[in-house]
Design a protein around this ligand. Sequence first.
Ligand code: HEM
Length: 415
Amino acid sequence: MTLPDRGALSRREYLKGLVAVGGTAALSACLDEESNVEIPTGDPGSVPDRQHAWNAVLSGDDNENIVPARHHVLLSLTLARDPTEEDRGRFERALETLERAYEWSHEGLLVTVGYTPAYFERVGWDGLADPEALTEFEQPDFEDGDLQVHLASDHSRAVLAAEEALLGEVETVNGIEVEANIGDLIDDRERLTGFVGPGLPAEHQDTPGVPDSEPIHEEAPFFMGFRSGFEESQATEDRVTIEEGPFAGGTTRHVESLAIDLQQWYGQDSQFQRVAKLFSYRHAEEDRVGEYGEKLDESNGLTAERIANTAEDAREYGVIGHAQKAARARDDGEPLLLRRDFNTTDDDRPGLHFLSLQRDIDEFVRVREAMTGANVAEETAVGSITNNGILQYLTVRRRGNYLLPPRELRAFPVP
Ligand code: HEM
């Protein structure tokens, strides 16, 4: 891929473009661009036991919702051979190098390493299910690598440099010598990239598939134009932590990569319809969301009654909300998924890498079934896709299941 054209883009657009391209050329362009930005270094001794313990080191908004890091790379790697004891030590040293190079925070770098069913087959363990198609409308690609490293930071330079350091393409990272890398162990690398945060989607107005007729709100963190990830609709890190077995203290990750038909979303629907389809009809009627979600606080405003009345709303209003439907899967009022999703323009089209953590992949499947809402469509005038939340605008392109061991087992674990 060629580097984005610096002259045609704002600084922020250019930096996002470089993350999407990746590689040493993009990294050096990024270093030039961000040469005046200092990124704090870190200490492996202060990194928590749980790889997924990010909330305490992310920032919060005015309502104490967690604000995600702005830049993301999901690096899917296929191993050239079964890893040895020496490889384990080497990978651990490579990861510790990153922890020395960057503070464990959104201003430095956050990392998790997840392993796929294909990896666990190498080490004779069958505790993680293969990803499957979860709706009748999809024909996704499936993750076929061994591991996926999630790199997240507010600085594009940090995610790019960390990737190159892990794979042995650079000798220093944020001024720290790269002691070890796993470049020679890797047969194939696939990159999923993206960004999330107020203003970032609006800057992508020139991506093919992003309509310029109706601008995406300047403050919206996501392409579909609304805030998401309210505290009360997110599982806690405790709730998604595996409690027993060889990976107690770890978690699981599902990544559902979606293309979004924004032309239709912005071209065909009114703001009223968009709110009804994302939240609920009553949210739209009572104007509870505002232009991009600014009227909501730490909750998406779904009452227990609204969630329980999903099928009745479908009958009465002929439309149901995405969040309303998905919330039916809460367990005794508690959300099961910790969503850490982000926008993407991979393959030059708008989309979302929906990334969620949960104790068990089955819990993701349950919530996804609630979102699909097939039972509501059977019983009411709401279609299996039309007026059924946001299903009409989404195409599932890829799925992957991963297990994230606790930090001490993160380097090529053997259960
Ligand atoms: C482009 C795709 C998507 C968009 C734009 C989107 C957007 C949103 C928004 C705006 C909310 C309400 C705000 C909040 O509760 O934080 C929400 C809630 C939620 N979404 Fe999505 N979402 C998408 C895909 C998915 C997928 C694939 C799943 C998988 C199951 C999912 C599961 C959920 C859940 C569980 C909730 C919270 C429900 C509750 O309150 O308990 N979403 N989403």
